[in-house]
Design a protein around this ligand. Structure first.
Ligand code: C2E
Ligand code: CA
Ligand code: CA
Length: 744
């Protein structure tokens, strides 16, 4: 992921975290506030109820005290008297009845009942002060009751006066104050025994067990419950919150001033608080939704941006024809690769297709594109995964390969595999040129490495001997020199620095000059640059086409001039070297015809020398080219015969007039071995085919004699004459003596 998106994602995450935390803090704060206010109002309520119950009970105690005081002050002796006092004082009839318990446990009530309470009597006789009992069941009517009791004397007898009240009288006090109808109120003992409660139907007897039943069984709740128990044990008034799921229960408890009793209110989270909770939950959900929407939208935007970027990236970095990377990709990926120092045996290769333009012209652009694609596919097949393969321009591929043990083998393999390519059932012979640079240490950046490979590639390009070169400094120096030549060649042509030297061809019959070969010489600043230093360069950059035309025109001019000036002179046939580079231009010969016409020269007077190696071109139908040349009347000689791989048999198919036997055969004459027989055989066959024979590079009399003896027609060589200037040549023609110019 790139930096921009990283920042984007981090921002979104920060936004989400920030919103969530602030929301949670806010909710907590609101909840704490509502809890606090709920608890406060509940506390207030509890306090009020405590006061109410306290008042009520105090009133009950006061009534009992009044009754007992009257018994004691009046020294009453009979129970009827006691009941009478009760009737007067019992107020608003809260009590169910009054009873007198005798020492036997026999207890008689004001409504005429007698009950045996001998079992319970101890509890009542033990205490001298007024006492209120726990909740118990009435033996008379089975109702839940509480009893206020005080010891006194009735006559001589110890008795306990009992005021019986139904427990629900306390509960009636609660009823008005039940908290919003959502709470329960209890009177309990310290250990949680329920004395009175609002919910009559509930069967609970112990409030702690009850609480334990409805709260969640978790640590927090347990701690809260323990806290409640502890506080009650320590006579403290306090309040706690317990939970059942998301439901909240507020518990407040305050001590009553009677026995060890406590008043407890358990209230559900108030309706208001609930509403507030709902608002908060809605807010929370909305916020989450908003965050979610923001996140989804952001992700969508980022994704579509990425997609856009990817398609832009594709456009910017992919070659649409081969689907390989393009130049930009090559440079970018190549630099990345270069920076990986762990990669070893790494080479940068520049590969191009020879004469791709010609292929395009011949078969059309569609086929050209197919060829490019096919070569891309083949390269991908040949090279393992340890490679970067790109088409970096027209017909040029940039390649980086690594883990290559034998680069020569690899390069040869590439050339071989690409040499035969099949496109739509058409087999094509393809020639590629490779420039290779070995990336040893990473002192160069990709562009510099690329330049080095280009140097090696320039060396290979157009080279008929080798299809690939591996960069070294010598190549670079050589190329610099070539560059220099390229920079001045056009200017040299315009300045007429190229001049023609003629080398006579001597007839073996009469030792006379019958023909001559025109050879170019380059004089620059008084110095001679030999043809082998510039002809190969001109062939590579195709400047040879211009030069050959120029030489052809100069020869025509000379021929014309000689004819005009020397009416008696028999002008010999002149042969001119024609580079194979012309053959790629179909109508080239027409231009030569036009030039000849311009100088009134009949093409029959001119022979065109075509090297044997030029005929070995797979891309061109050379026979067709030769036939075309012949059609216009030029003669053709096959130059440098014996240096290529053509056989004598092949001569039969070529429309040639002359065979020029290369110097390497002539040199063999001096050695008296069987090789000598080869030249004899060549001449024999040439005669059979009606071809004239010329021996090149003849340097001594021995060679002359031998060539004469085997019937060679003409001799060209230093023995008779080096190539000489036009003036010298003309002199030789006129006077029959060979001259020399220095330098030649
Ligand atoms: P080539 O066509 O085989 O020309 C013959 C070469 O042999 C000439 O070299 C010539 O000077 C040399 N030579 C002739 N007799 C002897 C001999 O007895 N001993 C030795 N050692 N050498 C001899 P040059 O003039 O240096 O030309 C070299 C090549 O350059 C030519 O080989 C030809 O391929 C090319 N060339 C020269 N002029 C032209 C031109 O105008 N157009 C084209 N396309 N190529 C040319
Ligand atoms: Ca020649
Ligand atoms: Ca030759």
């Amino acid at each position: 992921m790139n930096k921009k998106y990283k920042i984007y994602f981090i921002l979104i995450i920060i936004l989400i975290l920030f919103t969530t935390t602030s929301l949670i803090t806010y909710i907590n704060k609101v909840q704490n506030l509502t809890n606090k206010s709920t608890l406060n109002s509940l506390k207030e309520l509890t306090k009020q109820d405590v006061a109410k119950i306290q008042n009520n009970i105090n009133e009950h105690i006061r009534i009992l005290e009044t009754i007992v005081n009257e018994i004691e002050n009046n020294q009453l002796e009979r129970s009827e008297q006691v009941f009478e006092i009760y009737n007067r004082n019992s107020g608003n009839n809260q009590f169910s009845r009054i009873a007198i318990m005798y020492e036997t446990g026999e207890t008689s009530t004001n409504d005429g009942q007698v009950v045996d309470l001998s079992k319970e009597k101890e509890k009542f006789f033990d205490e001298n002060n007024i006492k209120i009992s726990q909740t118990m069941q009435s033996k008379i009517d089975n109702k839940k009751i509480n009893i206020y009791s005080k010891k006194t004397k009735l006559g001589e007898e110890d008795v306990v006066i009992l005021l019986v009240i139904e427990t629900n009288k306390y509960e009636e006090i609660f009823i008005e104050s039940i908290y919003s109808g959502n709470g329960n109120e209890y009177i309990i003992t310290k250990d949680g025994q329920i004395i009175a409660k609002t919910n009559q139907n509930a069967t609970d007897t112990n409030i702690f067990e009850n609480i334990e039943r409805f709260i969640d069984n978790n640590k927090k709740n347990k701690n809260e419950l323990n806290d409640i128990k502890q506080n009650i044990q320590n006579n403290k008034n306090s309040e706690n919150i317990v939970y059942n799921g998301i439901k909240k229960y507020f518990i407040t408890y305050q001590k009553l001033n009677i026995n060890d009793w406590y008043l407890v209110i358990i209230a559900k989270g108030s309706a208001v608080a609930e509403e507030l909770n709902q608002v908060i939950i809605i807010m929370l959900i909305m916020s989450i939704l908003i965050i979610l929407v923001i996140t989804i939208v952001s992700i969508y935007i980022v994704m579509s941006e990425k997609r856009k970027e990817k398609s832009l990236y594709n456009l910017a970095y992919t070659d649409q024809i081969t689907k390989l990377g393009n130049y930009n990709y090559f440079i970018k990926e190549g630099q990345r690769n270069l920076e990986k120092e762990s990669i070893k045996e790494r080479y940068l290769i520049v590969l191009d297709i020879d004469k791709f333009k010609t292929f395009n012209k011949k078969y059309g652009h569609k086929m050209g594109d197919k060829l490019l694609k096919k070569i891309g596919e083949e390269l991908t097949k040949i090279l393992s995964e340890n490679s970067i393969i790109c088409r970096i321009s027209n017909d040029i591929y940039g390649i980086i390969i690594w883990n290559i043990k034998n680069i020569d083998k690899k390069a040869e393999n590439i050339c071989k595999k690409l040499s035969k390519i099949k496109i739509e059932d058409m087999s094509c012979t393809i020639f590629v040129y490779l420039g290779i640079y070995e990336i040893i240490n990473n002192k160069y950046n990709i562009l510099e490495c690329f330049d080095k490979a280009i140097v090696a590639h320039n060396k290979a390009k157009g080279n008929s001997e080798r299809q690939y070169y591996i960069y070294n400094e010598k190549i670079e120096l050589q190329l610099e020199k070539e560059n220099e030549i390229e920079n001045i060649m056009q200017e040299a042509l315009e300045n007429k620095e190229f001049v023609i030297y003629y080398q006579p061809k001597i007839s073996t019959k009469n030792d006379k000059i019958t023909e001559a070969e025109a050879l170019v010489r380059w004089f620059r600043n008084g110095k001679l640059i030999p043809p082998n230093e510039f002809i190969p360069i001109f062939e590579k950059n195709r400047f040879i086409i211009k030069l050959d035309k120029y030489i052809f025109e100069e020869v025509c001019k000379d021929l014309n001039e000689w004819k005009q000036k020397n009416v008696n002179l028999k002008v010999p046939m002149i042969s001119i070297n024609i580079s194979k580079e012309h053959f790629y231009e179909e109508e080239f010969i027409k231009e030569f015809v036009d030039i000849a016409k311009k100088y009134n020269i009949d093409p029959k007077e001119i022979e065109l020398e075509i090297t044997e190696s030029a005929t070995l071109n797979n891309q061109i139908d050379v026979i067709k080219v030769m036939n075309n040349i012949k059609k216009y009347g030029f003669r053709i000689s096959l130059d440098d015969f014996g240096t290529g791989t053509s056989t004598l048999g092949m001569l039969q198919t070529m429309p040639i007039d002359t065979l020029k036997i290369d110097k390497i055969f002539v040199d063999k004459i001096d050695f008296n071995n069987t090789d000598k027989n080869i030249i004899e055989y060549i001449i024999y066959i040439a005669k059979k085919l009606n071809l004239k024979t010329v021996a090149e590079g003849v340097e001594n009399i021995n060679q002359v004699n031998y060539l004469k003896s085997i019937g060679c027609d003409m001799i060209q060589g230093y023995y008779y004459s080096k190539p000489v200037s036009k003036g010298t040549f003309l002199q030789s023609l006129k006077f029959g003596i060979m001259g020399t110019d220095l330098p030649n």
